[in-house]
Design a protein. Sequence first.
Lengths: 372, 199
Amino acid sequence: MKLTEIELHNFRNYVDQTLKFSDGINVFLGENAQGKTNLLEAIYVLALTRSHRTNNEKELINWQSQTAQIKGRLQKRLGTVPIELDLGPKGKRAKVNHLEQAKLSTYIGQLNVILFAPEDLSIVKGAPQVRRRFMDMEFAQMSNRYLYNSTQYKKILKQRNRYLKDLHYKRQKDRVYLDVLSDQLSAYGAEIIYQRLQLLKKLEKFAQNVHSEISQGKEKLAFDYRTTVEADQLGSVELIYQSLLKHFAKIKDKEILRSTTLIGPQRDDLHFVINGKEVQSFGSQGQQRTTALSVKLAEIDLMKEQTDEYPILLLDDVLSELDDFRQTHLLTAIQDKVQTFLTTTSLSGVQQELLTNPRIFRISEGNVTMEK
Amino acid sequence: MQYPEAIAKLIDSYMKLPGIGSKTATRLAFYTIDMNEDDVKEFSKALVATKNDLHYCSICGNLTDEDPCEICRDKTRDQSTILVVEEPKDVMVMEKVQEYHGLYHVLHGVLSPIEGKGPEDLNISSLIKRLQKIKAVKEVIVATNATPEGEATAMYLSKLIKPAGIKVTRLAHGLSVGSDIEYADEVTLFKAVQGRTEI
Ligand SMILES: Nc1ncnc2c1ncn2[C@@H]1O[C@H](COP(=O)(O)OP(=O)(O)OP(=O)(O)O)[C@@H](O)[C@H]1O
Ligand SMILES: [Mg+2]
Ligand SMILES: [Zn+2]
């Protein structure tokens, strides 16, 4: 999949801008605070309808305007597809082929992106929500079913948390309805956990290969999904569902006391293990970086396997964060396969011989000029 | 220039209706001025009547000008099934299909703690009382929407009613996920009534 063109209207500091991209590597070059990340963000928002930097959509709209628009032209195996996202005070509207999409699930998945930013280097050591978000964002792009289940799950979770609070403050007293909510949450939660395990197993295989290459065969990377559900109950959706139900029955009173749901996929975590040791606790800086890079590159392979198309790769300031060896690895892995967009303040820290025919865009205060 | 007060007030009133902005409201107001007097009087009477003459049926919760409502009074209807819906307008939709001949019960919403609606805030206890009083009911069909809240409400009702030995079924087929019963076309509703599943 390639993004051949993007058109921005009042997105961040871009008032009216149309850019034509190369199928290979596109470099956004410029000083700090000129709008490099804004361009990557525009591509990310076009793909996923939400930003990786903010939950407040207003920030995405140019300060002088009420609405913003991002249009993209996709080149897929089966032809070109125009997609469009409009942002405004009344919310978002998404179009595929000029037709408005009523459901998120028919829009997300049109354009698949993988973003690699300096923050991602902290995927290993960072807070658990970073890893849950990573799983949710990647898996939702690969699977409509995952997206559907997690959307439903979030709605029910919100209702259940509110009802636990109502019970806590004695505004409500019916426990049968709480059981219904626990049942419903367990059903969707079980689907999510099961799907995560299946997809993680595949991702782990790809990540192992990359990691082994970077570590020159000295290290073996493994994933460890942490959940309340017992290890021997993870074999099927039904087993996970039963286990969650059983746990909910036990912790009901505690949940009412704390006014919140205490188990489920929104509490699970993913741990990384190298040669049998937790990277979180025992890994060196270098091992953490290698793990993060392996996981990101593995995502590309998994996305290709699941959707039959390579995703688009967005690299925000990461090249300069990686040493020559890891840079080489990253750039050779994507060469001639994955359309890439990268930002940098200077090309001096980058191994330019590996950037084959890059298209370079100079960014200055929201203005873009293409370099010959 | 300011509009005369009567027109300004009328524009303001029209703007209270959903989907009507100031432009449309102004157009409607000037149209009203040109209407003949009898029509305007009828119009205003109809508006007031919706508030004065409409009540909720004390048995089923449907909108009616007489209590009990026409459906609850009709002894020729199948007294052994009750179809549970979210809103009075859902009753209208079902009646249009002419495929269902039993009784109704209107919940006035779905369970949704976020909107402040718990079990006691819906028209549920009157349904339970109704089932205890009238032994003729053999089946309760829950036709809440296929949203998470609609599903939870259906499950909840099933948990309350089933122990009494009454069959509880769910309108399932045909209603697309996340859709409103209001928007379902008649063919899909027909299939839905035929293909209900036990819960
Ligand atoms: N809604 C908005 N409207 C107008 N300008 C905005 C808006 N949001 C951000 N900006 C501007 O965008 C610029 C930041 O852009 P961006 O984050 O892309 O910088 P960058 O080029 O990636 O810099 P760095 O190299 O420091 O990461 C700032 O000058 C900011 O004032
Ligand atoms: Mg930046
Ligand atoms: Zn009635």
